[in-house]
Write a protein that binds this ligand. Sequence first.
Ligand code: AMP
Ligand code: FE
Ligand code: FE
Ligand code: ZN
Length: 292
Amino acid sequence: MVIFEMDADLHLHTHFSDGTYAPEDLAQSALRLGIAALAVTDHDTVEACEPCEAACRGAGIEFVPGIELTTEWEGQELHFLGYGIDVRHRELLAELAQFQDVRQQRVREMIDRLNRLRIPLEADAVLALADCRSPGRPHIARALVQAGRCGSMDEAFDRYLKKGRPAWVPKRRMSAGDCIGLLHRTGGMAVLAHPGLYRPEAPYGMLAEAGLDGIECYHSKHDGRMVHQFRAIAERHRWLITGGSDCHGDSKGRPVMGTVRLPYEHFVALKNRLPAARARFAWPAETQATRD
Ligand code: AMP
Ligand code: FE
Ligand code: FE
Ligand code: ZN
């Protein structure tokens, strides 16, 4: 008897934010890698969701719309993944438009800082190269590598772009509680992204009170011990267990799709909770107006 192991990858980026794949590439890669379900989770944009859903439908892959949002807690960034959100929800789209404007302005500020360091990048050229509404530091890192100023993306981050380095500018961030509330109002679920990356560790008690729905136990930066530890935390709070590769494309040394696999049963648990999440808030009337 052949037993097919089914997996999901619920953390993926596209060229609509700082990834390099098109939404259609994700569906094709999933097919090739034997991944049965995926979610696209770009930073501050849901533009990839509809094309990715169509491509997944064509390829026989299950799909959940998603997003990755940045929040602030005690001076550090906490990232949240939203799943099952209404990608045409008016309040969500208005909020994202603001985040995107600030990101574009921030790229200009970071490039100003590089110019002051006598690195002659042009903001318009970098934004044209990024070619997306939600640009970020990886686009600047790629431009630095292309211009021969850095040997790799890692070097660009280490020398210029990491927090505390000379070209770093903070992002617009909301509070964790506001983020969870927003994701709930759009009919989605809020999941804490890559908890293994936070020092000090995330405030689980506060997040439970704010209504967190899950934590990302499987991630390319988590080792086996961390997966075990985060699964125990999830069980204690009755949170969903999620996971994904956080793949941004094929860039050297960066996580790639297929390297982290969420056992399919956890995807089923997430899917089963979607109707209750949707029922938490009745769709506001104005949402309907944007659905035509
Ligand atoms: P931003 O959203 O503009 O603050 O940029 C953060 C993004 O940079 C993260 O989502 C990662 O995708 C990416 N990133 C962080 N460190 C590195 C690195 N060393 N090399 C390439 N990409 C990185
Ligand atoms: Fe990213
Ligand atoms: Fe993240
Ligand atoms: Zn991510």
